[in-house]
Structure formats: structure tokens, C-alpha cells
Ligand binder design. Structure first.
Ligand SMILES: [Zn+2]
Length: 149
């Protein structure tokens, strides 16, 4: 078979819109021969890939169609960030809000207590240390002082 081009140009996979048929010959890059070689198409493992075998060295490689125009797969691991209000609602469900303490910086609070803040409203304390509490309010988390003598 005569070489048509002096310079072997690599097959541009993006230009190929259809998989080569099984058992047909497909001119494709061989990593072992380090050149474009005829490959036997062995199978189509997926709708967009073909298993190839180099006719020269026998190396098997996979050709994948570049599916242009198709939408990229949406990753299922999409983590939806919870809004402050969702977090607040969840905390409210877990907390006994029948016992709401009015907030005062002079009082000492503990985690998991519900407080009523004159400005921010109902909040749930997620963390408490000697001087500060982290409180989740409907519009977000705030750090407040407490236990101030
Ligand atoms: Zn090869």
C-alpha cells in the first residue's frame, strides 16, 4: 500500500463522527509503533468507543468518539449548598424550641440551646465556649458574646 502523504498526519479524532465498524480497518495512532497504523476494529465496548488492535504490533487501544454538540455529563455528585435558612430549619427541628432563652450577653449559654435575639430572632447555638457562642439564625450564623460578667 502506497504512502499517500510524506508526512503522516495524525488522525484527528474530533473529525470522526461515527465509530468505525467492527472488523473494519481503521487508521489510527498506535502508541507502541509511535505512528498511525491500520487497526482492526475488534468491538464497540460503548456507543462511543471502539476497541482497536494494531495490525503491525498487535497493541490494543481504544478509540473514543469526540461527541461534539452533546452536553457534558452532569456530575451527580453535585453538592447543593444549604442555605442558612435550611440549616436553621434543620437545627430547629433537632432542638427543643419550647425552651427559648432570651439572649443576653451576661447569661451563660450552652450548645444546642435555642435563644431569642432581639434583632436576629430565634437562633440555635451550635457551639459555646467560655466567652462566645456560635448561633445559627434564620439568615445565617453569628458569633455572639455571652457569659460576660
Ligand atoms: Zn502498533
Amino acid at each position: 500500500m502506497a504512502e499517500e502523504a510524506k508526512e503522516t498526519t495524525s488522525v484527528n479524532a474530533a473529525d470522526i463522527k461515527e465509530l468505525p465498524a467492527v472488523a473494519s480497518n481503521f487508521y489510527f495512532w498506535c502508541a507502541k509503533c509511535v505512528g498511525d497504523r491500520y487497526h482492526k476494529v475488534l468491538a464497540h465496548p460503548t456507543k462511543s468507543s471502539a476497541k482497536l488492535e494494531c495490525e503491525v504490533c498487535g497493541k490494543k487501544s481504544t478509540f473514543r468518539l469526540v461527541l461534539s454538540g452533546t452536553k457534558k455529563k452532569v456530575t451527580r455528585t453535585r453538592k447543593k449548598a444549604k442555605s442558612p435558612e435550611e440549616v436553621w430549619n434543620e437545627l430547629k427541628d433537632k432542638t427543643d424550641i419550647s425552651q427559648v432563652e432570651p439572649y443576653s450577653m451576661k447569661k451563660k449559654f450552652n450548645a444546642e440551646m435555642a435563644i431569642d435575639h432581639p434583632k436576629f430572632g430565634l437562633g440555635v447555638i451550635t457551639e459555646a465556649n467560655g466567652v462566645a457562642i456560635n448561633v445559627t439564625f434564620q439568615d445565617g450564623e453569628r458569633s455572639l458574646v455571652h457569659n460576660r460578667q
